[in-house]
Ligand binder design. Structure first.
Ligand code: ACO
Length: 330
């Protein structure tokens, strides 16, 4: 039987805006919260905020250029661009099309996918299917969010959580045993109302009243999402390891979505991953949704923490609710 080729990470990159907003800055904005509450309940100390005029596509392009350079891949070699985002430049066209134009790529399919914090995992699974089937050779997957513009800065239960940023990966066929070992993706639409931006689509137009009531901003039933995250991230992570016929102690690094340190601890404690194998940057960047995993992955690769051939487990859950996991030999 022919050996199924794998999909390899050829290079990664990330971009974070320079402006830092600390927990104390949020207190100073008049939000009824404290640095202590935010740190103890979430693990977040600060997050990055994109300046006025910077677009989601600008951050995506900055991360993509770094990933292309790391992958030693020319823009002309790309044959598909997938952008995971819930904060596109505009509803239409796809941010991926704008990224294509800004990168200078031509005549390749480019599309957005909306799986919130699970966007990068969903993007990986799509790229993996196209590459393993032989239909595509070089796929750029980007996770990018400009959440500071859709956060209700007077809602303490959400505004303290989110930050802006982008992460990207260039994927291609592997010629050895390195690459994506398994992926899984899931959605439970019965929890759709637990995390949403209600207005701005066919459900609710953005009228002055709707805008005043902040229904065009993020609202969340935090505890519903918390419970769903702990349960589903554990099961998806175990499924990813099982599908590769491996054991948890063969995983070198866990790169979980950075939503809340308590979620990460509960999931990885249950799966018995030692603390030192669980990577995190939530303290410095907060929850950057679909950008969260590729930012942390790129930082960990560039710092030399994750080395070639290390086995990395990624898992994420977000609005939808959608979630998934991927196991990769880097
Ligand atoms: N500062 C001070 N107090 C606060 C704050 C704050 N920033 N936020 C909430 N509180 C208060 C609440 O009002 C509540 O007060 P009350 O008891 O007087 O009513 C109290 O703290 C406890 O509230 P809980 O909601 O029970 O707090 P919890 O410990 O659950 O933490 C949090 C809230 C951080 C939102 C948590 O539920 C969480 O992380 N949920 C998951 C978020 C997530 O994973 N999102 C991922 C997807 S994001 C995406 O897809 C874009």
């Amino acid at each position: 039987m022919a050996i199924q080729p794998k999909t390899r990470f050829l290079g990664t990159g990330h971009f974070l805006p320079d402006q830092i907003r600390t927990n104390l800055d949020i207190e100073r904005l008049g939000v009824e919260t404290t640095d202590q509450w935010i740190r103890e309940r979430t693990g977040i100390r600060e997050r990055r905020i994109a300046p006025d005029g910077m677009l989601t596509s600008d951050m995506a392009v900055a991360a993509a250029k770094r990933a292309l350079e790391a992958a030693d891949t020319k823009v002309s070699e790309l044959d598909m661009i997938v952008v995971g985002t819930i904060t596109p430049d505009m509803p239409m066209p796809a941010t991926a099309a704008i990224v294509q134009r800004k990168l200078g790529a031509v005549d390749i399919p480019c599309f957005d996918l909306s799986a919130a914090c699970a966007g990068f995992i969903f993007g990986l699974s799509i790229a993996d299917a196209f590459i393993r089937s032989g239909l595509k050779k070089r796929v750029l997957v980007v996770g990018v969010e400009l959440l500071s513009r859709v956060v209700n800065w007077s809602d303490r239960t959400t505004c303290v959580l989110f930050g802006d940023g982008a992460g990207a990966a260039v994927l291609g066929p592997s010629d050895d045993d390195r690459g994506i070992l398994s992926t899984n993706t899931h959605t439970d639409g019965s929890l759709a109302e637990s995390l949403m931006i209600q207005a701005g689509g066919s459900f609710m137009a953005v009228t002055p009243e709707v805008h005043l009531a902040k229904k065009d901003k993020i609202s969340m039933r935090g505890q519903d999402i918390f419970r769903a995250a702990v349960k589903n991230l554990y099961s998806a992570s175990q499924a990813a390891v099982d599908a590769a016929q491996m054991k948890n102690d063969q995983v070198d690094w866990v790169v979980p979505h950075q939503a809340n340190l308590r979620i990460i601890d509960q999931v990885t404690d249950r799966a018995k991953y030692p603390k030192e194998k669980v990577l995190s940057n939530i303290e410095m960047v907060g929850n950057t949704s679909s950008a969260s995993i590729p930012i942390l992955l790129d930082q960990s690769l560039r710092s030399g923490k994750i080395k070639p051939r290390d086995v990395v487990l990624m898992c994420a859950l977000g609005a939808g609710v959608s979630w998934g996991a991927a196991l990769v030999r880097m």
